[in-house]
Structures are given as structure tokens and as C-alpha cells.
Design a protein around this ligand. Structure first.
Ligand SMILES: C[S@@+](CC[C@H](N)C(=O)[O-])C[C@H]1O[C@@H](n2cnc3c(N)ncnc32)[C@H](O)[C@@H]1O
Length: 328
């Protein structure tokens, strides 16, 4: 209900109106959102209960905490959109999600959205359909990337290879932090095309010059350049464990001697410690694919990687950040 109340307040323009004023009288709230007094009051009371506004006899004002949260408005709206998309699946199919992931996947709307098999041939329909999910992944990565990259020393990273790098948002953030890094983003053809559009829209010319997109199907094509830093960001959880380990082995093979591999992935959900919120719905549907760090660390260790470090990064759920160096 908190999500619904916040989404309605955003959609009805109430949040914008409140953000630009210290306080609004209740009758002005009602006319601003085009609601009868009872509807406006219900919304204001709910928002007060959720700490979004303070409702006083004189009127309604945004709380300081929500004003601070509004700095991340784009992220807030994105998480609402993603959760709204996933909840119908959870409501209709939760027993399948718990008991039979193939049956859940076959019936769910969300897995029908992330159709990588429709990203192999570039045409208007494929671009349109991939745009719907790459907007979500790009938006999440915009806000998740700083939490990982703040802990990674990018000094000495000449070439960066981002495997399953989507629209290049992660690579862009690497290049913004490291002025001498050149990035190669590897992804499926349709996604690379959307990535070029994303760069044209969001990157400075000098940044876009350092980011190139390379189309490859990582199930079959590993004719890729080597790099000083190779990353898998939110990629391995898309694959069954044996395939994910195979991908990781191959990705590790792209690291130059002395270079590093970086894995940034959601950790298994800890549903006792974290109160499960509405916004966590998209994490829940990957329940079966979120693995302990050891699943990847053991592989890197067996490949002879050294200085293996694992950090826990707390976002809406815990993420693993794993860094390891290929011996010279
Ligand atoms: C969950 S998304 C994560 C994207 C990005 N790393 C991020 O964190 O925003 C997984 C990415 O893997 C890509 N992918 C899936 N199957 C692939 C394949 N066979 N070859 C190359 N890329 C693939 C998808 O197109 C998508 O961009």
C-alpha cells in the first residue's frame, strides 16, 4: 500500500507540488489532484503513515526524509515500475516459484519480457521489445554501479571488458572514473544497438569514443579481446549453475596476466534478516539463481587466480563483489 500511495502521489503530480512548497492546505491538495475531499484525505493520511508527508491541521508538507529520497526519484520510480511488473506473477504463481522454477518461468510475464532469444536479429520489433527491459536494467545499473566501483581501484586499467554489459551503463561509469580506460561491451546484437543509442543520449563524446560495443553470443562465440579488467555484473544469475561456471571460466580466460576479474551479483536472499519489501519482488523471482560467493570464488581459485577478495555490498539486498587477479 505504501508503494501504491507513493506511486499515486507521483502520478497525480502531488509530490511535485509539495516539493515546490513548504506546506499545502488540504483543499489545495484536493484540487491539485482532482479528487473529492475524502479521496485527497485518504491519500494524505496514508502518506503520513508511511513517512512521506506530515499531515497537520494547517495542511500537508513533505517530510525531510522524503525530500532527501526524492534526490533518487528516477530510481524510486524505476523500482516501482519493476515491482509492479513482477507482483502479478508472484500473486498468481508463488507456489510454482517455490516448487518448480521451469513451470514458473514458462507461465510468468516477467520471464517473457527478458527474452534474450529475441535479441539476436536487429529489427524494429526486436528493438522495441528489448527497450522495455533494457530500460529497467540500465536504470538499476546506474544506481548499483557506484556501490561496486567505489571499492575497485581502476588505476592501471587500460582495457575493460564488460561481458553481458547491456547498454553500456556500467562501462560508462567505469570510463567516467578512469580517464584512460577503454571499454568493450559484449552483448547480443539488439542490446548492443540499444547501447549505442544509450551512449548517444547519455555519454559525452569523449566518453563514447572510449566505449565500443561488440556483438557476441556468449554461448558460442568467445573471439573476444583480452583485458586488464573483465567483469560480470548481474549476468551469472541468469544461467543455471553449470552454465554460469562455464561462462565464468571463459570470462576468466579473457583476463590478461596480472589483470583482474570482477563479479558483482546479488547474494542469496536472507529473508529472516531483511524485511521483504514490495520493491524486492524482482529479486525474489531470481531466488533459485542467487548463489553464495563460494560458487564463484572456488572456480577462480581452481583456475589459479590470486588475491581473491569478496565484499558484501548492501543495497536493497546484499550483493557480492568479488575481485581476483590472474597470476603473471
Ligand atoms: C540481467 S542482464 C544484466 C546486464 C548488465 N550487466 C547490467 O547489470 O545492467 C544480462 C545481460 O546478459 C546479456 N546476455 C544474455 N544472454 C547472452 C548471450 N548469450 N550472449 C551475450 N550476452 C547475453 C543480456 O542481453 C543482458 O544484457
Amino acid at each position: 500500500m505504501a508503494a501504491r500511495a507513493i506511486a499515486a502521489a507521483l502520478q497525480l503530480g502531488l509530490i511535485d507540488r509539495l516539493a515546490s512548497t513548504a506546506e499545502m492546505a488540504m483543499e489545495n491538495v484536493a484540487s491539485a489532484i482532482g479528487a473529492p475531499a475524502v479521496g485527497a484525505h485518504a491519500l494524505a493520511e496514508l502518506l503520513d503513515g508511511y513517512g512521506v508527508v506530515r499531515l497537520r491541521p494547517s495542511g500537508v508538507s513533505l517530510t525531510e526524509r522524503f525530500r532527501e529520497a526524492l534526490e533518487f526519484r528516477e530510481y524510486l520510480e524505476l523500482r516501482l515500475r519493476f515491482a509492479d511488473l513482477v507482483w502479478p506473477d508472484i500473486q498468481a504463481l508463488f507456489p510454482f516459484l517455490l516448487c518448480s522454477i521451469p513451470e514458473f518461468m514458462a507461465r510468468s510475464r516477467v520471464f517473457d519480457l527478458f527474452r534474450y532469444d529475441r535479441c539476436l536479429t536487429v529489427n524494429a520489433e526486436a528493438l522495441q521489445s528489448a527497450r522495455r527491459w533494457t530500460e529497467l536494467t540500465t536504470g538499476l545499473t546506474r544506481y548499483e554501479a557506484p556501490a561496486a566501483l567505489g571499492r575497485v581501484d581502476l588505476g592501471g586499467v587500460g582495457d575493460f571488458l564488460d561481458l553481458g554489459g547491456n547498454t553500456g551503463e556500467f562501462a560508462l561509469q567505469v570510463c567516467r572514473r578512469s580517464a584512460t580506460t577503454r571499454a568493450t561491451v559484449v552483448d547480443l546484437p539488439v542490446v548492443c544497438e540499444l547501447g549505442r543509442e544509450h551512449m548517444a543520449r547519455t555519454a559525452a563524446a569523449e566518453e563514447a569514443d572510449r566505449i565500443r560495443f561488440l556483438t557476441a553470443d556468449l554461448r558460442t562465440n568467445w573471439a573476444l579481446p583480452q583485458a586488464d579488467l573483465v567483469s560480470f555484473k548481474s549476468v551469472l544469475h541468469d544461467w543455471p549453475e553449470a552454465d554460469a561456471i562455464d561462462l565464468l571460466r571463459r570470462g576468466a580466460g579473457q583476463v590478461r596476466p596480472g589483470g583482474r576479474i570482477m563479479i558483482f551479483e546479488r547474494a542469496p536472499l536472507d529473508l529472516c534478516r531483511h524485511r521483504f519489501t514490495y520493491a524486492m519482488a524482482p529479486d525474489l523471482v531470481f531466488l533459485h539463481f542467487l548463489r553464495p560467493a563460494a560458487a564463484y570464488v572456488d572456480t577462480l581459485s581452481a583456475l589459479g587466480f590470486q588475491s581473491i577478495e569478496t565484499f558484501t555490498v548492501e543495497l536493497e539486498v546484499d550483493f557480492h563483489l568479488i575481485l581476483a587477479t590472474r597470476p603473471i
